[in-house]
Design a protein around this ligand. Structure first.
Ligand SMILES: [Cu+2]
Length: 142
């Protein structure tokens, strides 16, 4: 009986081995397939919210200047665009004023100093020096 039982057990062992080998193979294949097609959890891109506000449009601060010299405004007639800042600088040794006839602006300008006014509305601005009525000039804003 033992002679016949031995081959059976050997067959059984072989069978088990074969099954085990297959299982191993399957496991290996499965494992490899998992790693192969495994969707590696890509770390969510930590997009740092760089909240950059849209830059403001460049300030259109056009500027122009008028000299006050020898009891006159130079230039006597100036044309500028809306939004232009005009600066009057007194190069005389006496105080003058920059006085708009219609009252848009009025400032005393002492020797060596200056006065600035930004024209925000189109129009013709006649002005004069309140101290020296002969000093007149005009600024046209378009
Ligand atoms: Cu004057």
């Amino acid at each position: 009986m033992q002679k016949t039982s031995t081959p059976i057990t050997t067959k059984a062992w072989l069978c088990l081995l074969a099954v085990g080998f297959l299982v191993l193979l399957a496991g290996c294949g499965g494992a490899s397939s998992i790693t192969g097609t495994g969707t590696t959890p890509t770390a969510a891109p930590t997009a740092t919210p760089t909240a950059r506000p849209t830059p403001p449009p460049p300030p259109t601060t056009a500027s122009s200047s008028v000299l006050i010299m020898n009891f006159s405004f130079i230039s006597n007639s100036l044309t500028v665009k809306v939004g232009t800042k005009v600066t009057w600088t007194n190069h005389d040794s006496v105080t003058h004023t920059v006085t708009a006839n219609q009252g848009a602006f009025n400032s005393s300008v002492s020797p060596g100093s200056s006065f600035s006014f930004t024209f925000t509305k189109a129009g013709t601005y006649a002005y004069h020096c309140a101290i020296h009525p002969s000093m007149t000039a005009t600024i046209v804003v378009q």
